[in-house]
Design a protein around this ligand. Sequence first.
Ligand code: UGY
Ligand code: MN
Length: 245
Amino acid sequence: MHHLGATRSSLKRDHLLQTPDTFVRTPLPGASGVEFVVHVAPQMGAAFTQFTAEFSPGGVLGPAPAQRFLFVLQGELILELGAETYRLSEDGYAYLPQGTAHTVRAENSARAAIIEKAYVHAGHGEPPQVVIGNERDKSDLPLMGDSSLRVRALMEDGPAYDFAVNTMTYDPGAALSMVEIHVMEHGLLMLEGGGIYKLSDSWYPVEAGDFIWMAPYCPQWFGALGKRPAKYLIYKDWRRHPLGA
Ligand code: UGY
Ligand code: MN
């Protein structure tokens, strides 16, 4: 089925909507038994990369060239870190600071969202630490007091950390209370449900499985539609001076 070239995917100067019908798989160095959909990368003008890693049974990731955050979308991943072994089940996640020796493998089929970013130092503070958790164990923070729109922060928040990853869950009909325009960029993966995303001057219907990149200052707004909550995983650069200091 060729759909005569039609797709919801759209690339503009300050955003990308990438829907699963346009995903192209590639291998990456050092990995075996894993296919990657690279959603966004410096080639696009982003200061990070985000991909979906699709593991076959026995698949292994390669080393991380930068900080690495991984979030299990489906199945189970085994993270080996020094003498410790962690089994990350669905909604489990791990943050590995730059230079942390580790291996990630899957015994059975699994999928993960992976974000990598070169670390930006800030002054002489403490270095970032490994973070391991499960999204289901994190508490809900209503966004600006709106309990129909709940945020769960997955990363530690402190001067050592130069990015944040959150989930945001919108009850049906809930929406951002404002069009945001900010210096931070976003990588966003729709996890559940759907709605309308406004990006710059365009409005897009979006659903689970879609990826969105928002460049710095891309005007953005989302409203959830349908009978069940919409949920997304969202990355943003955080706590660093725009001049890189
Ligand atoms: O954290 C954020 O900037 C978030 N509220 N943005 C978004 O959902 N597009
Ligand atoms: Mn935002």
